[in-house]
Design a protein around this ligand. Structure first.
Ligand code: ZN
Length: 143
């Protein structure tokens, strides 16, 4: 799913689910859609466009750098495993096994799930993620 800036310049890619969240929050509009596919009454977007122009302050197309606080904000301070209030960060692939401090490898987690998961992957711990971690961009995720 391609996201365009308000001036139609390409910004980055997001999941369909993330794109639909942006549409519902009215930070983006459908730019191109599949003519025959629908989700309920809505056409399935293939390209969405931001409503207001995002100044890409650093490198074009890059979002904010990774931070623990940023992961909590991105995930709405909800545990990615059980949905309870989260105050810790879990590494999907544990750090002890080479997992890095990156947007796509970290999720908000409550202390209980974090302890329970330990040094295992979600599959090994049989703790499926409720949401897929994504790399945010400034406007869409922190607006
Ligand atoms: Zn939890």
């Amino acid at each position: 799913m391609l996201v365009l800036n308000a001036d139609c310049g390409p910004l980055h890619r997001v999941s369909l689910r993330h794109a639909i969240r942006m549409l519902f929050r009215q930070v983006a509009v459908v730019h191109e859609a599949e003519p025959d596919d629908r989700i309920g009454v809505y056409p399935v977007p293939t390209v969405v466009r931001l409503v207001s122009y995002v100044v890409t302050r650093w490198r074009r197309g890059r979002g904010p750098g990774w931070s623990r606080a940023g992961v909590l904000v991105r995930d709405g301070r909800k545990c990615a495993y059980c949905g309870a209030a989260a105050s810790t960060i879990d590494h999907v692939l544990p750090r002890s096994r080479g997992g890095r401090n990156e947007w796509l490898n970290t999720v908000a987690a409550c202390g209980r799930c974090n302890n329970r998961k330990g040094d295992r992957t979600p599959a090994e711990a049989r703790m499926p993620l409720r949401t897929t971690p994504f790399a945010p961009i400034w406007s869409a995720s922190f607006a």
